[in-house]
Design a protein around this ligand. Structure first.
Ligand code: BTN
Length: 263
């Protein structure tokens, strides 16, 4: 194991809520691995599964997640019973994870606008820098896998123009590029703070989300399967559902893929 990784593991264990870590120099998908071990009732959590090189990453809606060298890929395996979160706030974990990562990345790129695109994308100046894939364990109810992919050193500068128009990496926005190890530590520290606030009832999700939401008051289309909804984004509610104002009234959208329409 490289010394900077060993150092980061020790710091994660001492400075965050995560006492258990599985590190791999190469792995197909950290989510797949986390899901495969999640069936074991004796497995202690919260657990970090982290790999230097992910070869078969998965994204939302069945898409592949391409992890070029220099990207940061990890999953958190969480357990409802040990998370000390009241049941009603457990569904908020997904959006709170996005907010914590946005906070950490904003500190990596001072002066840039870091926003969240419901439900799980993080953008810098409108370009996607991070995606999150949440998956419940199929074999252990109450266990959840939160997979995170962040473009850190995998620059998009030489990528095809159509990719450069939608995605970026931290290093493309920085004068001094951050190392993935340092970004991971920073992200997990912020995540620990946000989850701590959630545990203490000190995090009001709709207003916290409002600070970073890139969709508010924009016209958008949400698709879920064959269902399509169009309207104006009015933020999210306490449960994390997207609020869309349509000619028929305000609609709560609990899942789906969002695209901006118009200017
Ligand atoms: C998205 O489509 O935006 C979500 C991408 C999530 C990718 C991460 S990388 C680590 C974890 N393992 C996976 O196979 N996927 C997630």
């Amino acid at each position: 194991m490289p010394p900077d990784v060993a150092d980061a593991l020790a710091r994660i264990e001492s400075q965050t809520f995560i006492p258990y870590i599985d590190w791999f120099d190469e792995l197909g998908s950290t989510n797949d691995y986390a899901l495969s071990i999640s069936a074991d009732p004796e497995l202690p959590t919260p657990r970090l599964i982290w790999t230097d090189r992910q070869t078969a990453g998965r994204g939302r809606s069945g898409h592949a997640w391409w992890s070029a060298r220099g990207s940061l890929t990890f999953s958190l395996l969480l357990d409802r019973d040990v998370s000390q979160l009241p049941p009603e706030v457990w569904p908020q974990i997904s959006l709170v994870t996005g907010l914590a990562i946005a906070e950490a990345l904003a500190e990596e790129v001072p002066g840039r606008s870091v926003g969240v695109k419901w439900p799980n994308d993080i953008q810098i100046d409108g370009l996607k820098v991070c995606g999150i894939l949440m998956e419940p364990s199929p074999r252990h109810s109450g266990r959840l896998v939160v997979g995170v992919g962040i473009n850190v050193l995998n620059s998009f500068r030489n990528a095809p123009a159509e990719l450069r128009a939608i995605a970026t990496a931290l290093c493309d926005q920085q004068t001094h590029a951050s190392e993935p190890v340092a970004v991971l530590l920073h992200v997990l520290q912020r995540w620990s703070e946000f989850v701590g606030r959630l545990q203490q009832g000190q995090l009001h999700l709709p207003s916290e989300w409002q600070r970073r939401c890139v969709l508010t008051n924009r016209r958008l289309r949400v698709t879920m399967g064959t269902a399509i909804l169009e309207g104006y984004c009015r933020g999210i509610d306490e449960s994390g559902a997207l609020l869309v104002e349509t000619p028929q009234g305000l609609v709560r959208q609990v899942a789906g893929t969002v695209r901006l329409i118009g200017a």
